[in-house]
Design a protein around this ligand. Structure first.
Ligand code: ZN
Length: 211
């Protein structure tokens, strides 16, 4: 016979059920089916700690707890983490070393306007733009996640986390265009993670500002 359902096994252990069915279940258990052995162990353990009277019922919460431990329950595989590769960095453009004087370089560093970064992994693009805020003291991170394999609108609501050791993680959601914006960032090296249904995209080091 196939494995008895949990209901039937429960009835069996409580002494319910018609004779022929009880005999069939007994026979199945005697064969040593590992799944049913385990289910039986759990059910008996619960029965032991539950009040020992005829009105014995498994409380819903206990049943739910047992079910959460059942080996037959589909195992949720942990999300894979995809390490995104830096493809483009506007600050890494080849310097015009020959013509640039020290003064010019200083002037450019002072006028930090925006840095454009592009990361890629598994056909997924993460476009980042770091801008100096109007108050000149903090920075703003603008991002867009682009993927070719799902409609862009499916990205809406997915969570982006940004953090570094000294601050609690900042969480924002992607909008319907896969975009997000995080303002008021102090200059630091941050880690960014985008959690998608099929994996987590990790960018371990983003330098915000002139660190
Ligand atoms: Zn079985």
């Amino acid at each position: 016979m196939r494995c008895p359902s949990l209901d039937r096994l429960t009835d069996y252990l409580r002494g319910f059920g018609v004779g022929t069915e009880r005999a069939t279940i007994q026979e199945h258990l005697n064969m040593g089916c590992p799944d049913c052995q385990q289910n039986q162990q759990w059910l008996l353990a619960v029965k032991r700690i539950a009040p020992l009277d005829d009105s014995f019922e498994f409380p819903a919460a206990v049943t739910a707890h047992i079910l959460s431990w059942m080996p037959t329950k589909p195992v949720r595989t942990p999300l894979r983490t995809l390490l995104a590769q830096l493809i483009f960095d506007s600050f890494a453009a080849p310097p015009l070393a020959e013509v640039r004087s020290a003064t010019m370089a200083d002037a450019q560093a002072d006028s930090f306007v925006a840095r454009q970064l592009l990361y890629q992994v598994d056909g997924i693009d993460v476009d980042l733009r770091i801008e100096k805020a109007a108050d000149a003291a903090s920075f703003e991170l603008l991002g867009q996640v682009l993927r070719q394999d799902v409609p862009q609108a499916d990205l809406a609501g997915q969570v982006v986390h940004l953090w570094q050791d000294d601050i609690p993680p900042i969480a924002v959601n992607l909008d319907a265009e896969g975009m997000f914006r995080i303002a008021s960032l102090s200059p630091e090296i941050y880690e960014l993670r985008v959690t998608l249904p099929d994996g987590v995209i990790a960018i371990p080091e983003i330098t915000i500002g002139e660190v």
